[in-house]
Design a protein around this ligand. Sequence first.
Ligand SMILES: NC(=O)c1ccc[n+]([C@@H]2O[C@H](COP(=O)([O-])OP(=O)(O)OC[C@H]3O[C@@H](n4cnc5c(N)ncnc54)[C@H](OP(=O)(O)O)[C@@H]3O)[C@@H](O)[C@H]2O)c1
Length: 368
Amino acid sequence: MTSVYTLTWGIVGTGWISERFYKDLLIDPNTRDVSDVAHKPVAVASRSIEKAADFIKKFTESDEVAATVKPYGSYSELMADPAVDCVYVGTPHDSHYEYTLMALRAGKHVLCEKPFTINAAQAIHLKAVAAEKKRFLMEAVWTRFFPLTIAMEKMIHEDQIIGPIRRVFTDLAQITPKDPSHRLNNPAAGGGALLDLGVYSTTWMLSTCYHHPKNEMEKPTSIKANMIKSEMTGVDESTVVTMTWPKVGILGVSSCSLMVSSPYESVIRVQGDKGDMIVPIHSSRPEKLVVHLYTSKPYEYEEKVFEFPIPGWGLFWEADAVARDIRDGKLENERYSLDESILAMSIFDEARQQNDLVYPASIEAVEA
Ligand SMILES: NC(=O)c1ccc[n+]([C@@H]2O[C@H](COP(=O)([O-])OP(=O)(O)OC[C@H]3O[C@@H](n4cnc5c(N)ncnc54)[C@H](OP(=O)(O)O)[C@@H]3O)[C@@H](O)[C@H]2O)c1
């Protein structure tokens, strides 16, 4: 019988996504057929100790388990706790760089929520610090660890069931409250569609094109972006980025919006010579894959539907990957490397630059 490796976690921030991540850590891995790794949250930090204690009480079903999770009233205290192996950063965009740096310097491994940073320069710096400290670091792009995503990559790249791919359309659009103080509308919090929802459109583009075996990790060329900016705050409300992948002859279109919702039936669309593959809503949390295999008659096809149930919220698959990497002494994940996060951030930099979307200097800064 193989032994189980248990990773201990410290959760930083007690908001929407931290709640889901924490609850997923508490789900028995056997319910998703995982028996080699397990998770143990040992600490939760908030800017208020009461909030951290409430979080633990509210989201831990067993009182016995809750008693083993320590609340902290500051993030730095959690990072100094020797019981914490890996810090999960679940705070707003503009603080990812600061808290990830803080955790790495405290000697912790880090899983940081998306977007990794505000710009590529900050991401490059984090990669260097993680290497210097010999600590594992990954951006929490959970979608990349879903069984559907892994199966779809195999169908496209290995089994080539839709033949050579020619065009890829990726989207994530979600209606956001028109409140100027909402973090997604606030430039000082790195707001806008691109850095929030565009992460998903971009990650699907990278999984299908950047990871195409014949692409050999070439970066995209001819990146062209258009944005509609908010009259309220100036952040991007809707963005479309087109790019080409010359080595594999693919044209890519990635879009995101805070103003409308993605079309329900087709959010990700990959088109090849022999058919196409479609992921309906949600492209961040995918559970259904529709494959159309073309017949000899135009517009006629055979349809195959694949369902991938999610036994929880689905954040545990990335947590499992982190645990395996840390167990194996790796500093990065092979499916979602730091260079890929840097590439995504550099695409966002380019899109922002082409459209004069500038954030306050304080959140764009890189430590000397
Ligand atoms: N992977 C996903 O599916 C997913 C989904 C949603 C969000 N996210 C990412 O996760 C991050 C957090 O998003 P969220 O929706 O969870 O946000 P949220 O509900 O507003 O929670 C953010 C938490 O961060 C802490 N925080 C620290 N500094 C803060 C500040 N200046 N202003 C407000 N909160 C601050 C707060 O916790 P304390 O008060 O306890 O300190 C707050 O509860 C974002 O970067 C977002 O992109 C990822």
